[in-house]
Design a protein around this ligand. Structure first.
Ligand code: COA
Length: 242
């Protein structure tokens, strides 16, 4: 069987990103049965990255088709502003905000995702300074455990470095122990496990970091970023998320 390979995102991959986002949207497992709207997760956690920062989007593809992606943004603050101007307004017209009379823990998965459309994730100041970039990585089961997660991460880290990123962070829901072990294995530093787990890596050129032989630089920063649902697994389950 031909091996899967990594390539840059193309416009024609957008539907695949939506599909993969949904198929990995329940703490890394298939969330298809949880949602009435199959696109709403991808509106938050996949599509805007590919549309607004395509140079930081890559896919894994085999003979069946595209089955994995990594998407990122160089400057999370600037990305938030860009989406506020050009992405969320149309979606807010399309998706009602969750009912205010219901507490968030009673919202449906669709309502929780719609809540993120109306109150999008924002990166805490503690992270935006040292680790301004962030990312999302997902592979469908068919393409897992073949080295593609590592390859996708290598590819994005290289692109972030080339674009001058000082550092990258991302969130993982604590229930996703498999992903947490994977990111530890890759050498990311867990900078907080207080609520959603936060991993980070220093990418400044003078430092030894990812892809080096000596492992990542460890920072002492302890981030209290409990409310950020940047990983869609956490976005659906974190009571602070919406
Ligand atoms: C988590 C995920 C990205 C990992 O990607 P993957 O392609 O399965 O992992 P790889 O095959 O690239 O593994 C790379 C390395 O990590 C190791 N590894 C993989 N999973 C691991 C785990 N759970 N614990 C420890 N090490 C792990 C592999 O042994 C391999 O080691 P080596 O390169 O040193 O030999 C992928 O399984 C996935 O997309 N899961 C579903 C969606 C998800 O949870 N995404 C993360 C959301 S935050």
């Amino acid at each position: 069987m031909p091996q899967a390979s990594i390539r840059p995102y193309r416009d024609s991959d957008l539907d695949d990103l939506y599909r993969i986002c949904l198929q990995t949207g329940d703490v890394g497992e298939d969330a298809t049965s949880m949602f009435d709207d199959p696109q709403i997760l991808g509106h938050v956690f996949a599509a805007p990255y590919a549309l607004f920062e395509p140079s930081l989007a890559f896919v894994a593809e085999d003979e069946v088709g595209v089955g994995g992606y990594i998407v990122g943004t160089l400057d999370s603050r600037a990305f938030e502003e860009r989406l506020e101007a050009n992405w969320w307004p149309a979606l807010r017209d399309r998706y009602c905000a969750p009912p205010s009379e219901l507490p968030p823990d009673q919202w449906t998965p669709d309502q929780r995702a719609a809540g993120l459309v109306h109150v999008p994730p924002t990166v805490p100041d503690e992270l935006a300074g040292d680790y301004p970039s962030h990312l999302h990585l997902n592979l469908v089961p068919r393409l897992q455990s073949q080295g593609l997660g590592r390859q996708l991460m290598n590819t994005l880290i290289r692109a972030l470095r080339e674009q001058g990123s000082a550092g990258v962070h991302f969130f993982v829901w604590p229930a996703n122990q498999r992903a947490i072990s994977f990111y530890r294995h890759l050498g990311f530093t867990m900078i907080s496990a207080d609520g959603p787990v936060i991993f980070a890596m220093d990418l400044r050129p003078a430092r030894l970091g990812y892809l080096s032989t000596c492992g990542p630089i460890r920072r002492s920063a302890s981030c209290k970023a409990r409310s950020h649902p940047a990983c869609h697994q956490s976005g659906l389950t974190d009571p602070n998320a919406a």
